[in-house]
Structures are given as structure tokens and as C-alpha cells.
Design a protein around this ligand. Sequence first.
Ligand code: RTP
Ligand code: MG
Length: 140
Amino acid sequence: MAVERTLSILKPDATRRNLTGKINAKFEEAGLRIVAQKRLQLSEAQAGAFYAVHKERPFYKDLVAFMTSGPVVVQVLEGENAVAKNREIMGATNPANAAPGTIRKEFAESIEANSVHGSDSAENAATEIAFFFAGVEIVG
Ligand code: RTP
Ligand code: MG
């Protein structure tokens, strides 16, 4: 299987509750390596652009408000099959449907404040990584 990279975000509900270490431990225990990481306060324009694919969805405005409500930690995770593996560790979007042991089952507050973002395809991962990181900031 190929070594891949994926973009991960620890969302404001996670930073607010001081959960960044516990969530990072889940990635590392699963064999994903954190090869880039920084803490940011997203502007409305940045959050809106990042989630532009959801522009027409009813939850878009709320999502942008939530993602700008506090700091986020953006990261690049690297490992075998990293995109799918990260999605598995995160669990379903709605914590009520997330499998036991997943990040969202253990930590998410709601379908919106669900603690983590992870790219959903290798193609989107490349776009999302480039959105936040310069090449020199990623050290594998
Ligand atoms: P993400 O993009 O953040 O990794 O999450 P995802 O793929 O599991 O979910 P997606 O459908 O892409 O939705 C993006 C984020 O929007 C918020 N959301 N709110 N109120 C709602 O019904 C609703 N649905 C989605 C969540 O924060 C979700 O992660
Ligand atoms: Mg998504």
C-alpha cells in the first residue's frame, strides 16, 4: 500500500477542551505520523474558502461561524493509506453514528462540533494541504 498524506484539522471544540494531545495520540497509535502542525485562528474568509464545496448546504453559515469560534490546529498526517485510515479513526460525521473507539465517538459534542476534519480523497488532500502549508513546513 502507498504512503499517503492527508490534511487534518482539530476543530475549535477540541482546542477549547484541551483535547489536542489526546486526539494526536489516537493518530500516532494508529501509525499516522504528524509531519506538519500549526495552531491558527481562521478568519471568516479562510474558513469560507476552505469549506467552499459546502456553500449551498444549509449548514454552511453555521459551519463557518463554528470554525472561526476559536483556534484550530491544522496538520498533515502521513502513513500507509493515510486518507482512509484517518477517516476510519475519526468515525462518522455525526457522533451518534460513530463507531466505538473513534475520535468522534469519544470526543465530539454534536454533528457540527465534531472535533476533527479529515480529507475525503487523495486528490482533495493535496488541495487542502496546499491551502494551509508551504512545502518547507512539511517534514516527513
Ligand atoms: P469534515 O469535512 O469536517 O472532515 O467532515 P465530514 O467529511 O465527515 O462531513 P461533511 O459532510 O464534509 O461536512 C463538513 C462539516 O460540516 C459540519 N456539518 N454540520 N449541521 C449539520 O447537519 C452538519 N452536517 C455537517 C460538520 O462539522 C462536518 O464535519
Ligand atoms: Mg468532508
